[in-house]
Ligand binder design. Structure first.
Ligand code: COA
Ligand code: AMP
Length: 626
């Protein structure tokens, strides 16, 4: 393989040749003759005349090549004390049977199927069964409440829903079925049926005529062959937080996704056939889609599906136990998980009791990685710790450090250098590229590479408004940061009202919509304040309507419950306070960035546009008195 500079230069000189070569790693029913169609979609489409099936590339081709007996998936669940291995042949059989069962229930190419699933093998089987049929899956993270699930069902309009009777969180069983039933009631769109994986921790009561038992459905399924689809057909829709309460349906196509993910396993992660990859995330997030499910399987590797937490299941050594037991070569998690481990095991005593000789690198993403966290883990592991930056929208890393191209010197605090495929610049407010070393909005020159979102689900205009209108010719990442003179990219914060809580992407705007719905609240602001483990946590500031006599503490408690009920526990909204007034600009815009600085105890300048500067002192005193 070439070095990083050479590979990046080769891509820059001839992007189509670079992606044509990458496409050779994929099996096509109709190979691409055209690589990119600049005239299609909001900014162009990749591999416009090709056809393939993603499931065939993830499973069937490995079995056909004689790798059927190799483990494809290892379910390691400290939550249940179970560990199960599925070979490629076994996983293929389960997926083909479920696909047959879905087809028998009317699911065909292009139909949507929503999955609301915990981290159990059925989640992977369900996703791949959809891919096998050319159906479009939409996985909803289990920590979202019924209303959020309902919004996704309403938008995706699924023919069927796949779910499980419960999820397992430390100390509590989360019954999914009542949440799902409530969501179906709330949604104007109703699915034709629901298939429920029954778990012994809390079996669900099935509704006759609507619900079916997964095990029985799958057992009776007739194995279904792969259905070739256009490379530009959607593989999945994954909803992510936007700036309003309405989530954005990020579309992933089949062809670009397969090519980019397969390529990234060689270039970034250095994981190939037979290697073991452990991505400690959740199938409800993009990291789970890409690096628990699709990329490891596309590469013929073994993927770990881990149902547990970095700490408390049973302790801060659980990740290292998994690495040792399954001979993990590459691990991937969020910095927050490492911070939680560091908090519980600051000297790495548990880490040192495990044999990690097979582990070659730890990748981190999902939020900014503070240098002390990277240094701590690199020091203890004695292996490369690689921070890499990406988004649900891109589906694979925008920047990183490239094991396949020979690692360059890491810089803690930076997410590395751009992946070939991405031309990244910091822009000023007018959209002009800034000199290296100056901070601005990070943007990627269009077109985006294969694997990135071609559009939002049935919302081309929202795609343009969200990503390409502010800076014509560029994809606006809504991340602020800097590209230094040597090309290292550091991502510092979001430019919008998205916050990252424990690596989970959340919209403060959506939380504000919930708070504003409380009958006693006149106005409100939700800001993300610094947290030593979770990176950020939300804080709600509310101004009450005049004449409200209810105690502030009661109202705050009601607000916390409301957010948990409407958005879900994952919002981690545990803190609200009543203030007399909120600082605003003369045009009435709440000064959230200044509020955040005050709450974090940072120095701030009084914005020149402020309407009444005395409010800042008032809020500061209230926050200090908290
Ligand atoms: N289903 C139901 N509830 C869930 C859930 C799920 N799948 N995932 C999280 N929750 C709940 C938690 O139980 C918690 O509930 P609580 O308020 O009753 O305690 C709440 O949502 C907040 O969860 P979280 O923010 O994850 O905090 P935590 O204290 O449970 O755990 C960490 C802290 C750091 C251990 C945990 O956040 C973690 O492992 N983070 C890594 C995140 C990650 O992998 N991100 C993917 C990007 S790579
Ligand atoms: P998500 O769409 O949930 O993957 O969240 C994407 C957002 O997480 C990005 O826009 C960034 O704000 C943040 N993020 C992800 N990875 C990194 C990283 N390595 N460094 C800094 N921020 C990151």
């Amino acid at each position: 393989m070439p070095g990083y500079d050479e590979a990046y230069a080769a891509w820059a000189a001839n992007p189509e040749a670079y992606w044509r070569a990458a496409a050779r790693l994929i099996d096509w029913d109709v190979p691409p003759t055209r690589i990119f169609d600049a005239a299609a979609g909001p900014y162009g489409r990749w591999f416009p005349d090709a056809r393939l099936n993603t499931c065939a590339n993830a499973l069937d081709r490995h079995v056909a090549a004689g790798r059927g007996a190799q483990p494809a998936l290892i379910w390691d669940s400290p939550m249940t004390g179970r560990c199960e291995t599925f070979t490629y042949a076994a996983l293929l059989q389960r997926v083909a049977k479920l696909a047959g069962a879905l087809a028998a229930r009317g699911v065909t190419a292009g139909d949507r199927v929503v999955l609301y699933m915990p981290m159990i093998p059925e989640a992977v089987v369900g996703m791949l069964a959809c891919a096998r049929l050319g159906a479009v899956h939409s996985v909803v993270f289990g920590g979202f409440a019924a209303a959020e699930l309902a919004a996704r069902i309403a938008d995706a309009e699924p023919k069927l829903i796949l779910s499980a009777s419960c999820g397992l969180e430390p100390g509590r069983v989360v019954a999914y079925k009542p949440l799902l039933d409530a969501a179906i009631t709330l949604s104007p769109h109703k699915p034709a049926g629901v298939i429920v994986a029954q778990r012994e921790q809390a079996p669900a009561t099935l509704i006759p005529g609507q619900d079916e038992d997964w095990a029985a459905v799958e057992a009776a399924g007739t194995p279904h062959p792969c259905v070739p689809v256009a490379a530009t057909d959607p593989l999945y829709v994954l909803y992510t937080s936007g700036t309003t309460g309405k989530p954005k349906g990020v579309v992933r196509d089949n062809g670009g996704h397969a090519v980019a993910l397969r390529q990234s396993m060689d270039t970034l992660y250095g994981v190939g056939p037979g290697d073991v990859m452990f991505t400690a995330s959740d199938v409800g997030w993009v990291v789970g889609h890409s690096y628990i499910v699709y990329a490891p399987l596309l590469a013929g590797a073994t993927s770990i599906l881990f149902e547990g937490k970095p700490v408390g299941t049973p302790d801060a050594g659980t990740f290292w136990r998994v690495c040792q037991q399954h001979q993990v070569k590459v691990m991937f998690t969020a910095p927050t998980a490492i911070r939680a481990i560091k908090r519980d095991d600051p000297e790495g005593k548990l880490l040192k009791t495990h044999d990690l000789s097979r582990l070659e690198a730890l990748f981190l993403a999902g939020e900014r990685c503070d240098p002390p966290t990277a240094e701590w883990s690199a020091g203890l592991l004695g292996k490369p710790v690689i921070d890499h930056w990406w988004q649900t929208e891109t589906g694979w890393p925008i920047t990183g450090n490239f094991r396949g191209y020979g690692l360059f010197e890491p810089r803690f605090g930076s997410g590395g250098k751009p992946s070939p495929g991405y031309q990244v610049h910091a822009l000023d407010e007018a959209g002009k590229p800034l000199p290296r070393g100056q901070s601005g909005t990070l943007a990627v020159k269009l077109p985006l590479p294969p694997g990135c979102l071609p559009t939002l689900w049935q919302a081309d205009d929202r795609f343009r408004e969200s990503y390409t209108t502010t800076f014509p010719g560029w994809y606006n990442t809504s991340d602020a940061g800097v590209v230094d003179t040597e090309g290292y990219v550091s991502v510092m914060s979001r430019t919008d009202d998205i916050i990252n809580v424990a690596g989970h992407r959340l919209s403060t705007g959506a939380m504000e919509e919930v708070l504003a719905g409380h009958p006693d609240v006149a106005e409100c602001a939700v800001i993300g304040i610094a947290d030593t483990v979770k990176g950020q946590v939300p804080l709600g500031l509310v101004v009450l309507k005049s004449g409200v006599t209810k105690p502030d503490a009661t109202i705050c408690q009601e607000l916390v419950s409301l957010v948990r009920e409407r958005i879900g526990p994952v919002a981690a909204f545990k803190d609200a306070m009543v203030v007399a007034r909120l600082p605003k600009t003369r045009s009435g815009k709440i000064l959230r960035a200044t509020l955040r600085k005050i709450a974090d105890g940072e120095s701030y300048t009084v914005p020149p546009t402020i309407d009444d500067a005395s409010i800042l002192g008032e809020v500061e005193a209230a926050l200090r008195a908290r």
